[in-house]
Design a protein around this ligand. Structure first.
Ligand code: PLP
Ligand code: COI
Length: 341
């Protein structure tokens, strides 16, 4: 059996059922050994904690085919660590880091023919997730859990790939001041659904959220962190306790400093500063770096000097360097690339 016969270059960011998924069950205080199965259906109690009280969290990472034909994945250890924070905050049991990384690798390996070829623009999206599976009716954590990993080949998150998008500054919050914005809880995304549908209806690709306490500082979008470039070429990214610590953003900060010798500032960004920046983009596993051409602040349009036609030079260079590292064209910092053998 060889590679699947898909139109790799035109894949949407969508779900395609692949051959195998990983499943481990937690019961009586311990995880079982877990296995790869063919069945894509989940069978749980009608009163499962995930269904009643949204006790679930997830992760997202990707597998790539390198130029020389190897299959690799990017920093799965950081996804394991972030999932550990999510689980602790949601009173869920931690799936140990070494087992998490091994299960990610095993699941990619079991679906190797679904990893898109080098240069196709598509990648294999890997989605680890966990949920409370037994019945609870009083508000309390479950006693039983399932940890699963599914994979699906995907194209770009935003239509058009690296074409600049327009976003709006949102009045609705995705996070609370001392809430769950800094973990990858399913509930954060449920919170954002009304707002993303409304944004799309109004012609915006995403919502740019501000800090939930004062609505003054820029935070992130529904599914990605934000990067700005100043007139003098500095990279600036919001610092906040209520945004998700993006692995892409943390990697880009290091790439900017160590590979491109770009100065980086992680700090609060007042929304009044938006018109001072020359480039702006979203960053995340799904988004990679997607340029923002225009920000709508309650009817006031802020046009980034990089424009609506292409990505600006600094973000382009960052994107090129990061994807070069991920696809094996540029040497990676130690420990970033895991090869699937
Ligand atoms: N912020 C949010 C709300 C996200 O959903 C994601 C996606 O995972 C990110 C940021 C980017 O994080 P990462 O780079 O780890 O994928
Ligand atoms: C990711 O980038 O992995 C995400 O989770 C973003 C989105 C698909 C929710």
């Amino acid at each position: 059996m060889g590679k699947k016969n898909l139109d790799w270059a035109n894949l949407p960011f969508g779900y395609i059922k692949t051959d195998r998924r990983f499943v481990a069950n937690y019961k009586d205080g311990a995880w079982d050994s877990g296995k790869l199965i063919k069945d894509d259906k989940v069978k749980i109690s009608e009163c499962a904690c995930v269904l009643q009280y949204a006790q679930t969290c997830f992760e997202g990472l990707k597998a790539y085919t390198t130029k020389d034909g190897r299959i690799v994945t990017f920093r799965p250890d950081l996804n394991a660590e972030r999932m550990e924070s999510s689980c602790k905050r949601l009173e869920m049991p931690v799936f140990p880091k070494e087992r998490f990384v091994k299960a990610v690798i095993d699941t990619i390996k079991a679906n190797i023919n679904w990893v898109p070829p080098f240069g196709s623009g598509a990648t294999l999206y890997v989605r680890p997730y966990m949920f409370g599976s037994n019945a609870v009716i009083g508000v309390k954590p479950a006693d039983e859990y399932q940890f699963r990993i599914l994979v699906t080949p995907v194209g770009p998150y935003f239509k058009g790939g690296v074409k600049p998008i327009t976003v709006r500054i949102s009045d609705i919050d995705r996070a609370a001041p001392h809430g769950t914005g800094d973990i990858k809880a399913g509930l954060n995304y449920a919170m954002s659904l009304y707002n993303i549908v409304d944004a799309h209806k109004n012609g915006f690709a995403e919502n740019m959220y501000t800090d939930p306490a004062t609505h003054t500082y820029i935070e992130e979008t529904g599914g990605a962190n934000i990067l700005f470039v100043t007139k003098d070429g500095k990279l600036v990214t919001p610092k906040s306790g209520s945004i998700l610590p993006s692995i892409t953003r943390r990697s880009l900060v290091q790439v900017a400093k160590d590979y491109l010798h770009i100065e980086v500032e992680e700090r609060q960004i007042n929304k009044n500063e938006l018109s001072d920046f020359v480039e702006c983009g979203l960053c995340g596993t799904a988004a990679v770096i997607s340029p923002i051409g225009k920000i709508n602040d309650h009817g006031k349009e802020i046009l980034l000097p990089s424009g609506m036609e292409e990505m600006g030079p600094v973000l382009s260079k960052l994107r090129e360097t990061l994807t070069g590292i991920q696809m094996g064209e540029i040497e990676a910092p130690e420990g970033w690339i895991y090869e699937i053998k």
